[in-house]
Every structure is written in structure tokens, then in C-alpha cells.
Design a protein around this ligand. Structure first.
Ligand code: ARG
Length: 654
């Protein structure tokens, strides 16, 4: 049973008689912040008092009189200005706990109306460095996939691989002009990555050389404008002051762009390798684009190379996915949709949605200045066109009622425009959601980069996590009071679980919308809000059973010993364990895995308090000992299930 939901339903039946839209008041029935205020609190009397024109305490008293929770709670109490404190009856908790104990699903009921959800995550661009942002998408997406499936929704994961973009033109150009054949044969993807970076750099050089004069001209214009404004400026002219401030800040940012451009140009020109290459390939930028167009137009040579490059690139990506134990139901890359794009544009035109503007086909949306371009002047279709075709496919072929996109926050505008267009196109009943997330930052405050900045780099990152975890586990094992307990193979196996768990948890436990700083020490710390801490808590519970010499399977057969939540710490842990389904619902509601990590962290803490205060193995009273072992068992199952839903494994020994 989801206790919060049950309580909210009880309040709903009273509140809907009092106000027209009770939702916001119902949402104010919440878990208590502090155990001294009971288990749950209803904080709606204060805002209701304004609507009903009665003092809040009086409103609270009326609510208490009307709401029927006598089967669930002790008599509710009013505190302070009008808070209603709700304390669940301990025998109810014991009864509910007995149910959780025997339930395979830990009493998490499947949702009543399951949805058919397509979830788009990971979606790296092949041959271009896969970066930690794609890792974050992968980890968050995989967790949401597992959580929503567990809750009974019908999930389909689809890795929308970028396998058709402009990077291929760069690689094709690079391959024709700069390939190191030996390196390519040995490690094709590493070589393709190098080529991509090389061509990208040289192109950037030439574009910068082209744009610099314009920038310099803008700089001098703005300088003059600032001088003129300064000469005219009068102290008490508020408008003028504002204008001057704006001009000065424009000037500063243009100056910065000029400096940046100049240093990029100097860097390349002074470089022994890049300098001569840049000079020898003056049209690289347009030529690389041409290669992309040729590929898209069906050029046989380019297509042949693409067919050769792609499988190698996918293999390298799959190595990472396998290491992370991540699988996709579909991996329909951008190339898959190419044959459908012309038709999408035709449909949009026929509906009067797309119109020509400066030679391009555009969708204009009321809330956006820029158009959503579905076909460029040169006839090329775009990322946007592909995403529209993808929506149509997901609805028609995959029967999606809901599509979730786990993609970097920086693509927010693209998705708003995509969703806006899709709605007008006829998908108004489809639930489209951008599950956006922030940037992973380095210690230096800049976006975090793996050492070599490519796919191989991501592999290195996983290796480093595992080797750091191994060091921690070894030290910890060697410091055990009765000597080490693990052999080398076990340590390695655990290091894998802890290292990968640490990386995943770091991505998950920060609110996904925030940026966060990548920090090895924090990530693998044995204390605090980390996977390691939870994995240790799990192993500790398993250790209790070993010490008590009791099989967990056996204890599950002991229906003769009732659960008792007599001690304050037992009750707190029991209640916490009962709230698993509440935590999962909240996580699914907001699509925020950090709500689940918070819950698991609190659970591990509640267990720790319980274990400090209530003897288990040493408890003499057989019934109490058994009841406590049952608490331990559910703790372990909840931690394990919760971590598994986040894609994190556990080990019985650490
Ligand atoms: N390949 C894109 C990138 O790396 C992400 C794709 C996200 N999914 C989508 N349907 N647009 O930026």
C-alpha cells in the first residue's frame, strides 16, 4: 500500500466538498519533516483559511473532524498555526510490514493505467567522441526505463544514434586525405576519431579566419559607439546610463571573441603539423560538407565507406554498453529515417505547417523567433526533420502513447520546437517530454572531459573507477578486525560492482536538472550519499545473517513470529521500508532518479540507527530476534531492489 496515496485520498474526499480545485491542497499532505510531528503532515489549513475565510486552526479542526483516518492513524493533532500531524498506528505499520515481508514486489503495486512509453536515451553520435554527457543520458535513461517498467508501464528503449550527421563528411574527407592506414587497420575507430578531430580543427581554423575581419569591424564599430555615448552621456540620464552599460558589455564580449579567435588562429599557424595542413587545405570546411551532401544523395563511394565505418563505430560503443550492462530494445539511428524525410516535409507542407522562407522549408511557431527548419536551402534535411519522422514512427509502429527524451538541457529549445510542431502536426494526445539534465563539470569548473576525449576515453574512465574501487576495497578488507575476508578474485569482482556503481550513482543522485562536479573521492566514499555506502549497508545486513547463522530463505517461512515495531528505531525503519512504493511513485512522477537515491540513502541511515540501538544477533528473546531479522531482510531486499532499479549491483560481501 502506498501510505501517502491512501492518506491523500482520505483528504481528497473531504477537500473536494470544500473547494473547487482541491489538487494543490491534497498535495500538501506530505511526509513529516521531523519525527516529532508524527509520520505525515497536512499543511493545507493555512492556505485554505484564506479561501474559506476562517482562522487556520479552525479550518484544521474542521478537517480533522471530517476526515476519516481512524483506521490508519492515532487521533490527529493540530500544531502551531494549523498544521495537522498524523501519526500512523503502530499495529497498522506492523500489519503492512507483514505484507511487504511476504511480497515479492515489496508491496509495490503496478500502476492502474499503464502507458506505452518509448524512451530515447544515450543517443551518441558515432565516430565523434562519446562524452560524459552521453554517459549521463545513458545512466539516467536506463534507470528510468527500469523504474517505469517495474511500476508496470510498457517500456521500449530506443538509442537514437547520430549516424548520419555532418561528422561523417568530416571523417570521409579526413579518410581520403589524412588516413594513417596502419593505424586504421589496427584500431579503426580510434583513427576515425583522430581524423574527425583533425578535420574539425582545420575547419574551425578556416571558419575563424573568415569570420575574424567581420568581428574586428564590429569591435571598432562598437568602440566608436561607446566613445560617442560616453561623450554625450549626462549624469542624470537614466536611459543613457542603461544604454552605455549595455554597449560596454557588448564591447567586452566582442573583444573576448576577437581574442579567442586570434589565439586559435595563432595556435594552428604556429603548430608544426597543423600549420602546413591548414595551408594545404584551404577549402576543407566546404569540402567536408560536400562529402556529407554526397553521402546523403546516395554517392556510391561515400556510401561504401559509411557502410565500412559504421559497424566498427557501433562495436566500440557496444563495448561501453556491455561493460555498463545496458541493453536497448531498438537502436534506430538517424540514418534509418532518411527514406522517410521527404515525405515528412510533404505532409507538413500539405497541412500548411511548413512554408518556404529564404529558400528553406520552415515551421514557424508562435512562441519562437527562429523557425524550426525542416529542409535547408541546399535541400538537406535536418536533425529536426529526422526527429519528426522518428515521432511518427514511434507512434505508428511502436504504438507509443508517451515519448521521453533523456537529453542534455542545452537541447531544450530544439525539443520545445519539436513538440510544438508535433502537436500541430496531429500528435496532440501524445505525451512528449524532454527529460533534460545538466552538465558534468570538471574540478576546474569547465565541462568535464575524459583524458583523451573520445570513446576510448570513456572506457578509461570506467577502468579508473574500478581500479580506485579496488584500492578502497583492499584497504578496507585488510583493516578488518579478524583479518581479511576476501580473496583476490572476490575483491576484483566487488571492485567492478563498486566502481561502476559509483559512476552511475554520481550521475543519478544529483538532481538531473543541475550541473555537478565530477569528483572521484566523493563518488567512491564509504560514507555519505554514495552507492558505496549503500552497497556496504547491504553487505552488512547480509553479514548479520551470516553471524546469526540464519538463512534468509528460512526466515521468510517463519509466519509464526510476528513483526514487532516496538522500539522507536524499529518503528522508524519499518515505516521507512513501507515507503518504498511512495518513493518510486514520486520518482516516476517527476522522472527524477535522485528521489529514489534520496530514499535509499534515508533507508540506509534508518538501518544504521536501528542497528546501533537494537541488538539483533545478540538479542536473547527469540521472538524479538526473529522480528528484527525480518526487518533486516526487508532492508536488504529494498536496498538491492532499489539499487538494481538504478542499474547498480550489490554484493553480499564487501
Ligand atoms: N545525438 C544527439 C546528440 O548527441 C542526441 C540525440 C537525442 N535524441 C533525439 N531524438 N534527438 O546531441
Amino acid at each position: 500500500m502506498n501510505l501517502l496515496e491512501v492518506l491523500r485520498n482520505r483528504f481528497q474526499s473531504v477537500l473536494q466538498k470544500k473547494v473547487e480545485d482541491p489538487c494543490r491542497y491534497i498535495a500538501m499532505v506530505l511526509p513529516a519533516q521531523n519525527a516529532q510531528f508524527g509520520d505525515y503532515q497536512a499543511n493545507c489549513a493555512m492556505p485554505l483559511s484564506k479561501v474559506l475565510g476562517k482562522p487556520p486552526r479552525e479550518v484544521a479542526a474542521d478537517l480533522i473532524a471530517e476526515v476519516d483516518v481512524s483506521d490508519l492513524c492515532e487521533p490527529p493533532e493540530i500544531a502551531g498555526p494549523g498544521f495537522i500531524n498524523l501519526k500512523l498506528k503502530t499495529d497498522l505499520l506492523e500489519q503492512e510490514f507483514a505484507e511487504v515481508f511476504t511480497s515479492e514486489r515489496l508491496s509495490v503495486e503496478p500502476v492502474k493505467s499503464p502507458e506505452k512509453i518509448v524512451i530515447d536515451y544515450s543517443s551518441p553520435n558515432v565516430a565523434k567522441p562519446m562524452h560524459v554527457g552521453h554517459l549521463r543520458s545513458t545512466v539516467i535513461g536506463d534507470a528510468l526505463y527500469k523504474i517505469l517498467s517495474f511500476l508496470g508501464h510498457d517500456l521500449t528503449s530506443d538509442n537514437h544514434i547520430g549516424d548520419w550527421g555532418t561528422q561523417f563528411g568530416m571523417i570521409l574527407y579526413g579518410y581520403r586525405n589524412f588516413v594513417d592506414q596502419e593505424a586504421y587497420e589496427k584500431e579503426p575507430v580510434a583513427e576515425l576519431s583522430r581524423l574527425y578531430r583533425l578535420v574539425n580543427k582545420l575547419s574551425e581554423y578556416h571558419t575563424t579566419v573568415e569570420t575574424l575581419p567581420g568581428l574586428e569591424w564590429k569591435l571598432s564599430e562598437t568602440e566608436q559607439a561607446v566613445n560617442a555615448a560616453e561623450a554625450e552621456f549626462e549624469q542624470d540620464d537614466k536611459q543613457g546610463k542603461k544604454q552605455l552599460k549595455k554597449l560596454r558589455s557588448d564591447l567586452e564580449s566582442i573583444r573576448q571573441s576577437v581574442t579567442k579567435a586570434e589565439s586559435l588562429i595563432a595556435e594552428i599557424e604556429q603548430d608544426e603539423i597543423y600549420g602546413p595542413l591548414a595551408a594545404a587545405h584551404p577549402n576543407i570546411h566546404t569540402d567536408a560538407r560536400l562529402e556529407t551532401s554526397k553521402l546523403h544523395a546516395g554517392d556510391a563511394e561515400n556510401r561504401k565507406l559509411w557502410d565500412e565505418f559504421l559497424p566498427a563505430c557501433l562495436d566500440v560503443m557496444n563495448v561501453i554498453y556491455n561493460r555498463l550492462h545496458i541493453k536497448f530494445d531498438y537502436s534506430l539511428g538517424e540514418s534509418f529515417y532518411q527514406p522517410q524525410l521527404a515525405d515528412v516535409v510533404e505532409e507538413l507542407k500539405a497541412k500548411g505547417l511548413a512554408e518556404e522562407s529564404q529558400g528553406a522549408m520552415c515551421v514557424f511557431l508562435p512562441d519562437f523567433k527562429a523557425p524550426f527548419i525542416v529542409q535547408k536551402q541546399d535541400g538537406a534535411f535536418t536533425y529536426a526533420t529526422t526527429d519528426l519522422a522518428t515521432i511518427r514512427y514511434r507512434v505508428e509502429k511502436l504504438e507509443a502513447t508517451s515519448i521521453l527524451y533523456v537529453v542534455d538541457a542545452r537541447q531544450g529549445e530544439h525539443f520545445q520546437m519539436l513538440f510544438g510542431t508535433a502537436r500541430r502536426w496531429g500528435y496532440e494526445n501524445l505525451n512528449l517530454q524532454h527529460v533534460s539534465f545538466g552538465t558534468v563539470m570538471g574540478q576546474d569548473g569547465k565541462p568535464f572531459k575524459t583524458r583523451s576525449g573520445d570513446t576510448v576515453g570513456l572506457g578509461d574512465l570506467l577502468d579508473e573507477a574500478i581500479s580506485r574501487a579496488l584500492a578502497i576495497i583492499t584497504t578496507n578488507d585488510e583493516a578488518k578486525p579478524n583479518g581479511p575476508e576476501l580473496d583476490e578474485a572476490e575483491r576484483k569482482q566487488i571492485a567492478e560492482i563498486v566502481g561502476l556503481g559509483g559512476i552511475k550513482y554520481a550521475d543519478l543522485h544529483h538532481n538531473r536538472e543541475s550541473d555537478y562536479i565530477f569528483d572521484w573521492d566523493k563518488m567512491l566514499s564509504m560514507t555519505g550519499d554514495t552507492a558505496t555506502y549503500m552497497q556496504y549497508a547491504y553487505a552488512r545486513v547480509c553479514g548479520i545473517f551470516r553471524k546469526a547463522d540464519v538463512e534468509r530463505e528460512d526466515i521468510r517461512q517463519r509466519d509464526d513470529v510476528p513483526i514487532r515495531l516496538a522500539h522507536e528505531a524499529e518503528r522508524a525503519l519499518g515505516l521507512q521500508l513501507l515507503r518504498f512504493s511512495e518513493a518510486l511513485s514520486a520518482t516516476a512522477q517527476d522522472l527524477k532518479p535522485n528521489l529514489l537515491t534520496n530514499y535509499l540513502f534515508e533507508t540506509a541511515n534508518a538501518f544504521s540507527t536501528f542497528y546501533d540501538r537494537c541488538p539483533v544477533v545478540k538479542e536473547n528473546d527469540e521472538a524479538v530476534r526473529m522480528s528484527r531479522l525480518k526487518l533486516c531482510d526487508v532492508t536488504a531486499r529494498t536496498l538491492k531492489q532499489g539499487l538494481n532499479l538504478l542499474g547498480i549491483e550489490t554484493s553480499e560481501r564487501m
